[in-house]
Design a protein around this ligand. Structure first.
Ligand code: FE2
Ligand code: FE2
Length: 298
């Protein structure tokens, strides 16, 4: 996906922002093509999309070291980059347009409303869940701070220990990551205690972790399930492949159920079914007011 950011004064500042985890995500409920055709990470040097996805992950897996992630956490948890309400941030993301697909032009905000409205249909009484659907990708504002795509989007993995088996391109993509040669980080447990629990793991940096921390910083009233959905929605090696069992605590199973429930809805339908965003805003503004009101520090 190539997104382009247009500033308010009309200047065009193209940002390439592929989100491979969304590009190839399985869509069991709403699929416009067979599930087997999503998340296809096979290598085909003649296929430009596959090559672009592979390059994104190779860059990610080469550069996202333990120290790199620590530095990003340090940088972005000062929350001194932007002052926006949640609505302003979501509307800003509206300027990020997927330009990789000749048939579909889905701005991020349409994905946000589609996700939220599908959740609302199935869980009409859980307003916190509706809002979670709406805001789950708001951390992609990182792209406005000149972060390359490989530290904004894509599947996440644990840093500080051996890379798990089911990370995409695992066999080849980490070969130049210096942590692989560091005995502090390249063992089964690395820096972690056995069964230390999900929340003690340090994941590769991206929009999930950033938004999670930003919501905590701004004292959100969203419940813990919502925060888990946001924090772990791209952590495919864990929630979909069952990796890292030796680092998990029993209560993490419950968290996984919530994250998987959310993931069913976190999908691009590429359908013509575009929600009437202007009509829906008053309802979602009332949820923002309830759970994450006011001008926020990003
Ligand atoms: Fe996401
Ligand atoms: Fe998403």
């Amino acid at each position: 996906m190539i997104y382009e950011f247009r500033s308010k004064n009309g200047n065009t500042n193209p940002i390439s922002l592929i989100d491979p985890s969304e590009l190839m995500r399985p869509e069991p409920l709403f699929a416009s093509k067979p599930v087997g055709q999503f998340r296809d990470y096979s290598v085909d040097e003649n296929d430009p999309i596959k090559e672009r996805v592979r390059k994104t992950y190779t860059d990610m897996h080469t550069n996202q070291t333990f120290d790199f992630v620590k530095a990003k956490i340090e940088k972005y948890t000062k929350f001194n980059h932007l002052k926006y309400t949640m609505r302003e941030a979501l509307e800003k993301l509206n300027d990020l347009v997927d330009e990789s697909d000749p048939d579909v032009n889905i701005p991020n905000i349409v994905h946000a409303f589609q996700t939220a409205e599908r959740i609302r249909k199935d869980y009409p009484d859980d307003d916190w869940f509706h809002l979670t659907g709406l805001i789950h990708d708001a951390g992609k504002v990182l792209a406005f701070f000149d972060e390359p795509q490989w530290c904004v989007v894509g599947d996440t993995f644990v840093v500080g220990c051996e890379w798990s088996d089911n990370i995409v391109y695992r066999e080849t993509s980490f070969k130049n990551n210096i942590d692989g040669k560091n005995p502090k980080y390249n063992t089964k447990y690395g820096i972690y205690e056995p069964n230390c629990g999900l929340d003690n793991l340090i994941l590769s940096w991206g929009h999930d972790e950033y938004l999670y921390r930003m919501l905590l910083h701004n004292k959100t009233k969203l419940p813990p399930q919502a925060l888990a959905m946001i924090r772990y929605h791209s952590f495919y090696p864990w929630h979909s492949s069952g990796d890292y069992q030796h680092l998990l605590a029993p209560e993490d199973e419950e968290t996984k159920k919530w994250v998987l429930k959310f993931n069913t809805y976190d999908l691009y339908t590429k359908s013509a079914d575009v929600p009437d965003i202007e009509k829906l805003w008053p309802y979602y503004e009332s949820l923002i007011e309830k759970y994450i009101p006011g001008v926020l520090e990003w």
